[in-house]
Design a binder for this molecule. Structure first.
Ligand code: HEM
Ligand code: NAG
Ligand code: NAG
Ligand code: NAG
Ligand code: NAG
Ligand code: NAG
Ligand code: NAG
Ligand code: NAG
Ligand code: NAG
Length: 321
């Protein structure tokens, strides 16, 4: 290419690069978004999260998952929090959510405290992003700087929740696709799956795996069959990390190495394919997992936020005005 043509193209290239990096890094959001308008926002959320986990340890996992289920459906916009009513159907009864997602009372409590300190300033979507980080930290995991300034949606989409939240029956390539459509990489997918080092799944979510999968430790499967019979006990809970479901460590990956992943989707990450090396690396070097997890959480939190005049700041996280 001749020099003259190159100089002509340079500003265009710079523009493309800048706008791409704005999209990728979600620069519309910023860590100090509330530093003047609600300086206590971060400490109020943290206090609420810690009190909730002290009352019920599992709540940390439940709050982390709420942020994920929010972000994968039309971006991190608090849509998952909207209640159904006579004229509105939200996401709470979508297949991956119904009878499964929890933590709404904790979010309500935190929101009420925020409304007392700074009315109509802090969004419900941001509460979820901060609560996810504070939960992980409290349970022993890595920390990261949460970018803020998301606004809340006026609506929700149950069909989109059914389409975009990955099911535990997915294979490796379908898992990769479901993260790729959100702008998340294969490595992000493997690292974020490490969330399953905490929390619980219902029998109905892992039944097909323990009865039909072959890549499962036989005595592990047999002990689970006692808890989770072929056609009963749908709601009986089992730790996703069978050893330390209340502690954010890297055991999730070690479990996969010995075929003790609880969900079919978990074990897909160690099945002789492209994710094996990451699972081995995260098992061997917890700090690699923590670093990649924190990076991926920031990326997930940047998925299509509503900013500027879009959406609103809800007063009640369960209802759009
Ligand atoms: C890779 C695809 C994923 C699939 C297929 C998946 C699927 C599931 C399923 C089926 C459950 C149990 C639900 C139930 O039986 O009630 C669950 C629980 C959980 N998931 Fe995932 N998940 C995925 C990724 C993620 C990500 C990216 C995060 C967070 C960033 C996450 C966080 C959690 C947590 C913390 C729990 C436990 C919640 C609790 O105990 O209340 N998951 N997941
Ligand atoms: C504490 O946790 C229990 C469940 O273990 C729940 O029923 C109760 O509402 C929680 N209390 C508060 C104040 O969050
Ligand atoms: C959600 O779960 C409830 C209780 O298990 C059930 O009655 C209802 O039909 C479910 N809703 C949908 C949309 O699946
Ligand atoms: C809801 O999501 C589905 C699946 O992505 C999409 O086809 C549909 O147009 C959405 N509905 C609305 C009202 O945006
Ligand atoms: C993964 O699942 C998808 C969707 O069900 C299917 O089309 C594909 O063939 C599967 N891939 C492999 C390698 O099994
Ligand atoms: C994951 O999906 C992306 C986007 O479709 C693709 O480029 C990449 O090769 C896939 N990676 C693996 C390991 O399947
Ligand atoms: C196991 O697979 C068979 C054949 O696909 C199916 O009929 C059965 O319902 C599956 N069992 C469970 C517990 O999912
Ligand atoms: C399955 O797990 C049991 C109990 O931890 C262990 O004793 C056994 O060696 C494992 N089986 C295989 C094939 O690894
Ligand atoms: C039903 O919920 C929607 C979404 O939160 C809200 O916009 C609407 O005002 C609610 N309707 C009633 C009667 O509360």
């Amino acid at each position: 290419m001749a020099c003259r043509e190159f100089y002509y193209l340079l500003p265009v290239l710079v523009l493309i690069t800048v706008s791409l990096s704005l999209q990728i890094h979600g620069s519309k959001l910023s860590p100090d978004y509330y530093s003047r308008t609600c300086p206590k926002a971060l400490s109020i959320v943290k206090e609420g999260v810690i009190a909730a986990i002290k009352n019920e340890t599992r709540m940390g996992a439940s709050l982390l998952r709420l942020h994920f289920h929010d972000c994968f459906v039309n971006g991190c916009d608090g849509s998952v929090l909207l209640d159904d009513n006579a004229t509105f159907t939200g996401e709470k009864t979508a297949l991956p959510n119904n009878g499964s997602i929890r933590g709404f009372g904790v979010v309500d409590h935190i929101k009420a405290e925020l409304e007392k300190a700074c009315p109509r300033v802090v969004s419900c979507a941001d509460i979820l992003a901060i609560a996810a980080r504070d939960s992980v930290v409290y349970l022993g995991g890595p920390s990261w700087v949460v970018r803020l300034g998301r606004r809340d949606s006026l609506t929700a989409n149950r069909t989109a929740a059914n389409v975009f939240i990955p099911a535990p029956t997915l294979n490796l390539s379908a898992l990769n696709s479901s993260f790729a459509v959100q702008g998340l990489s294969f490595k992000d997918m493997v690292a974020l799956s490490g969330s399953h080092t905490i929390g619980f799944a219902r029998c109905v979510s892992f039944r097909a795996r323990i009865y039909n999968d072959t890549d499962i430790n036989a005595s592990f499967a047999n002990s689970l069959k006692k808890k989770c019979p072929v056609s009963e006990n749908n709601n009986v809970l089992q730790g996703l990390d069978y050893q330390t479901p209340f502690y954010f460590d890297n055991d999730y990956y070690g479990n996969l190495l010995v075929k003790k992943g609880l969900l079919h989707s978990d074990q897909e990450l160690y099945n002789g394919n492209a994710a094996d090396y990451l699972v081995k690396r995260f098992t061997k070097h917890s700090s690699d997992f923590f670093n990649d997890f924190a990076t991926a959480m920031v990326k997930m939190g940047n998925i299509r936020p509503l900013t500027g005049k879009k959406g609103e700041i809800r007063v009640n996280c369960r209802k759009a005005d």
